[in-house]
Ligand binder design. Structure first.
Ligand code: PHB
Length: 384
């Protein structure tokens, strides 16, 4: 098995395959230090944690992650809590930064004797429709190398080489630009409230997200095609203070040095099917989703679980049913998550069309007022 990409999907797959006794090699463009320190997502669903736990991959996560089951919506300066955990079987989110997940998965893979090559270049795929596909690459020290394998897993992200190796016309691509943009900010500031906050403000969405006791993540809806240069730190804090402000409350935003600022690509993209010949795509290589519902890493972990089970059944007994169903099984969850994220995007953002903004606000007010709407939110947010 050749696995391209050492993110959460590729590394989970590698660990699960090693546990099943299936030999594999993981190729990664970046250095180990780069992938273990790159800040990305931070929220893992109950179900994904259970999967990692079953495979002995969640020891540190279970020790260190905070569990969250309540979030807060702010609209017109008032705070409304939604206890989504009690609305959905007591299931919670785990707040654990993606780079920590990656660290744990690399360590488990390497400690079990797993083969991982960092700093590779020029990765190319050969014969993906044949029974013996191959990967070639240039190693970190400049040697030309080759791996003949039975299957290739493409877990190298949206801009990776694996999806691009599929001939045009063999897969269908669904793409949507959401017409909004987020400035994503990471700061060395303790959380201002021990909850995720979603604020709907006349000037646009603001989010307060959790990472650790000393670091927090914030999001601001900014005009499409805005740039980071337009957002000096003082402007970021002023805008966050304004959009997150509460009436009749002494709540304040805790500030700290900003360590990262990025404009996020608010695009959705799904390929169907998620395999071609003996190449199977996972995670962002197959689908990207807006970060609004915190689903991206969870979908990647689910793909890895489904593919590992399918490959294990094939390896043990020649059973191909799991492999044949791989794409359909994953896509069902991917489209469910896309639909839910779209529902949240619409609810939480200002649209250039005032009518649509008021509809979004009506959706949020309904979520706050109605048990059935809150139930829908809880099931999709922490589950399914
Ligand atoms: C995040 O932690 O980055 C995060 C949390 C909740 C969301 C979106 C992003 O809905």
């Amino acid at each position: 098995m050749g696995i391209v990409g050492a993110g959460p999907a590729g590394l989970t797959l590698g660990n699960l395959l090693r546990q099943a006794g299936i030999p594999c090699v993981v190729l990664e463009r970046g250095t180990r230090e780069h992938i273990e320190t790159r800040p990305r997502a931070g929220v893992i669903e109950h179900r994904a944690v259970q999967m990692l736990t079953r495979h002995g991959l969640a020891d540190r996560l279970l020790r260190e992650a905070d569990r969250h089951g309540v979030c807060e919506f702010r609209v017109e300066g008032r705070a409304h809590e939604v206890d989504y955990s009690s609305l959905y079987d007591g299931q919670t989110h785990y707040v654990y930064p993606q780079q920590e997940v990656v660290k744990d998965l690399v360590r488990a893979y390497v400690n079990s004797g797993g083969d991982i090559r960092f700093g590779v270049a020029d990765v190319a795929l050969h014969g993906i429709r044949s029974a013996e596909p191959a990967l070639t690459w240039t190693s970190a020290d400049g040697r030309e190398e080759r791996l003949d394998c039975s299957f290739i897993a493409g877990a190298d992200g949206f801009h990776g080489v694996t999806r691009r190796s599929i001939p045009a016309g063999a897969i269908q691509e669904f793409s949507h630009q959401h017409g909004i943009e987020w400035l994503s900010v990471l700061a060395e500031a303790p959380p201002s409230t021990h909850k995720v906050i979603y604020a709907l403000h006349p000037d646009g969405f603001a989010g307060h997200m959790l990472r650790s006791a000393t670091v927090s993540r914030y999001y601001l809806q900014v005009p499409v095609e805005d740039t980071v240069e337009n957002w000096p730190d003082e402007r970021v804090w002023a805008e966050l203070r304004k959009r997150l402000a509460l009436r009749d409350s002494d709540w304040t935003l805790t500030e700290g040095p900003i360590i990262e600022k990025r404009i996020l690509d608010m695009r959705s993209h799904v390929v169907e099917p998620m395999n071609h010949g003996n190449l199977y795509l996972l995670g962002d290589a197959a689908h990207i989703i807006t970060p609004v519902g915190a689903k991206g890493m969870n979908l990647a972990l689910h793909d890895a679980e489904v593919l590992a089970e399918a490959l294990t059944a094939y390896h043990r007994a020649g059973d191909e049913t799991g492999l044949a169903a791989y794409s359909e099984t994953c896509l069902r969850r991917v489209w469910r998550a896309q639909e839910f994220s779209q529902w949240m995007v619409f609810m939480l953002h200002r649209s250039p069309e005032p009518f649509l903004s008021r509809l979004g606000q009506a959706r949020l007010e309904h979520l706050i007022a109605s048990g059935s709407s809150a139930g829908y939110f809880a099931q999709n947010y922490v589950g399914p």
